[in-house]
Ligand binder design. Structure first.
Ligand SMILES: Nc1ncnc2c1ncn2[C@@H]1O[C@H](COP(=O)(O)OP(=O)(O)OP(=O)(O)O)[C@@H](O)[C@H]1O
Ligand SMILES: [Mg+2]
Length: 265
C-alpha cells in the first residue's frame, strides 16, 4: 500500500518532504528541485530546499558561493548543528552544502542511526515549512539514503534516453530496501521526463518505453531542452525568475500544478 499523494497529504497542514533522486548524473535533479520549489512558492507554499550534494549545485544556483560558508549541511549531519542555523533566504530558503559534505558519509559511517541524521535534523523546522525539497547527489550512498529515509515522496527526473531508464530499476530496488528497513511509507510520487528533445524520434520512443514500464507514475508534464536552464544558474536564479514568461518557467509551473493536484491525473 502506498501513502497518499502529496496533494492530499499537504492539505493536512504538516510539512511534506520530497526527495529528488536518480543516481544517474546530469538528469536535472538540481534544476528540478530548485525550479519546482520556486513554482510551489509562487503558489503560496512555504518551501525550503536542502542541498545534500557535495557538488553544492543547488546552493550555487541561488547565487551562494559554497566556499564562503561557515557552516553547512556537513555540520548539521555530523555535528548536529540545528538546520535552522545554516538556512539562507533567497528566492526560497536553502540549507546549503559545500564540498566538505563529501566527507560526511565517512564521518557518519560509525554513528548509530546514521541513516536518520537528516530526518532528525528536519524535525527542527517542520513547523516552518509546508514543503522541504531535498536535492541528492548522483549516487545511492549514505547521503541519498538519508534523503530517502527523511522523505514522504520521491520525484525521479529521468533523461529521455534508453540507457537512463535502466538505472530506474536500481533506484526502485534501493527504495524497496529503504521501505523494508527505514521508512515504510516512502514512495515514488512521479517520474519526470527531462531534457526532452521533442524533435527526435528517440525521445518519443524513450517516453513511450517509460510509460509502458511505469504507467501512471510518469508525470504528464515534460521538461524540454532549452538553453535557459544553463543560463539561469550563472545568474544565481531559478528559470522562473530569470525568464518568467518563457517556456522553461511555464513547464515547471505546470509540473507544480500537476503535483499539487495529483490524484486527478
Ligand atoms: N531542460 C533542460 N534543458 C537544457 N539544459 C538543462 C535542462 N535541465 C537541466 N539542464 C542543464 O543540464 C545540466 C545538468 O542539470 P542538473 O545539474 O540539474 O542535473 P543533476 O541531475 O542535478 O546533475 P548531478 O547528477 O551532477 O547532480 C545543467 O547544466 C543544467 O543547467
Ligand atoms: Mg545535481
Amino acid at each position: 500500500m502506498s501513502s497518499p499523494a502529496l496533494a492530499e497529504t499537504s492539505a493536512t497542514g504538516t510539512c511534506k518532504v520530497v526527495a529528488f533522486a536518480n543516481q544517474k548524473g546530469g538528469v536535472a535533479k538540481t534544476t528540478t528541485t530548485l525550479n519546482l520549489a520556486v513554482a510551489f512558492a509562487e503558489e503560496g507554499h512555504r518551501v525550503m530546499c536542502c542541498d545534500m550534494d557535495p557538488q553544492g549545485n543547488l546552493t550555487m544556483s541561488q547565487g551562494i558561493d559554497p566556499d564562503t560558508l561557515e557552516k553547512s549541511m556537513y555540520d548539521v549531519l555530523v555535528h548536529h548543528v540545528p538546520i535552522r542555523d545554516i538556512i539562507q533566504k533567497r528566492e526560497i530558503d536553502v540549507a546549503c552544502a559545500s564540498i566538505d559534505l563529501a566527507g560526511a558519509e565517512i564521518a557518519m559511517s560509525t554513528m548509530i542511526g546514521r541513516e536518520r541524521s537528516l530526518q532528525k535534523a528536519l524535525k527542527g523546522v517542520e513547523h516552518d515549512y509546508d514543503f522541504v525539497f531535498i536535492d541528492t547527489p548522483p549516487s545511492l550512498g549514505l547521503l541519498t539514503i538519508n534523503a530517502l529515509t527523511a522523505a514522504h515522496k520521491v520525484i525521479v527526473p529521468v533523461q529521455c534516453e534508453y540507457l537512463s531508464m535502466r538505472g530506474l530499476i536500481q533506484l526502485q530496488n534501493t527504495l524497496a530496501m529503504i521501505r523494508e528497513n527505514l521508512n515504510p511509507d516512502v514512495d515514488i510520487e512521479g517520474i519526470l521526463p527531462t531534457l526532452v528533445d521533442s524533435r527526435t524520434l528517440h525521445a518519443k520512443e524513450a517516453i513511450e518505453l517509460l510509460e509502458e514500464n511505469f504507467g501512471e507514475r510518469v508525470f504528464a508534464s515534460r521538461i524540454r531542452k532549452t538553453v535557459r536552464f544553463a543560463e539561469a544558474p550563472v545568474k544565481g536564479m531559478s528559470v522562473l525568475k530569470y525568464d518568467p514568461d518563457g517556456l522553461a518557467a511555464h513547464a515547471y509551473r505546470q509540473l507544480a500544478k500537476e503535483v499539487l493536484s495529483n490524484g486527478n491525473r
